[in-house]
Design a protein around this ligand. Sequence first.
Ligand SMILES: [Zn+2]
Length: 328
Amino acid sequence: MQARLVNEPFGDPGLYLDLLFGRRAVLFDLGDLGPLSPRELLRVTDVFVSHRHMDHFVGFDRLLRLRLNRPGVIRMVGPPGLVGGIRAKLDAYAWNLLGEGSPDLTVLAAEFADDRLGPWTAFRARDAFRPSPAGDAGLEPGLVLAEDDLQVEAATLDHGLPCLAFALQERARVNVRVDGLERLGLAVGPWLNAAKSAVRRGAPDDLAVDTGGGPPMRLGDLRAAAFQVAPGQRLAYVTDAAMTPANAAAIRRLARDAHHLFIEAVFLGEDEAIARDRLHHTAARAGELAREAGARRITVFHHSPRYLDRPDLLRAEAEAAFRGGVGP
Ligand SMILES: [Zn+2]
């Protein structure tokens, strides 16, 4: 997967993540989407909105404008108020020309609260974007997306209002070594899918595996001889959070062992009083949290315009804190 900030670090926050070699993408936050091409926006299947401050939500219109005349589904997850916010945006336009013959675009929206994703609300173009209930998400606590290959976790942070942070976790990748299978006297077949998925979900070594007509095998033996397991990537997106102990704990949890943490660095450590007043993080604190979480790489964004004349300072402060604990 390939992740990049939508804007430069002084611009609106947002992260674009290409999955499956560009056939699909997910977006974290909907600020200014100007730098994304129509092609890129057409690939977006899922949008994770941290909160509805304008710099994180104004891009909804551009996404909708591009997708309006094409069938498809856009799933949107955000904090309480998201569904009402989408409804208000859709209500701003006249949709009298939409009807049963219109391209079948659906926006599905659900809110994350009390550690759970609530029910989906559908806004269908063919229904002039009137909201209708669209079923329960049915996800485990803490999850906002769960698929075969990846899941997205969420945590609620305090930014004077509930603000969501996210972590995308790829599941372990299991590759089959055909030479290993041959040594075990096993043939390639559909039975491998069940065995691979057992490895991905961490099933015990002594699990008996049906090998599709071959001799039954212990999962542990099969894994050792014929599977190559690569751990999945973990990527975290954290923005707009006050520097409170509860937020720090939640951020460390989400960013634990992340391959890449994208985190806000709005003010310099020397301006910590302002950061506390505005409910944001300093660059130094962002770097410290990344280090404490065991993240391998950090990218900072959401810089305050007050540092425009010293554009590299926030990144440098965050990097220094990340590497060596040079905090304020
Ligand atoms: Zn913001």
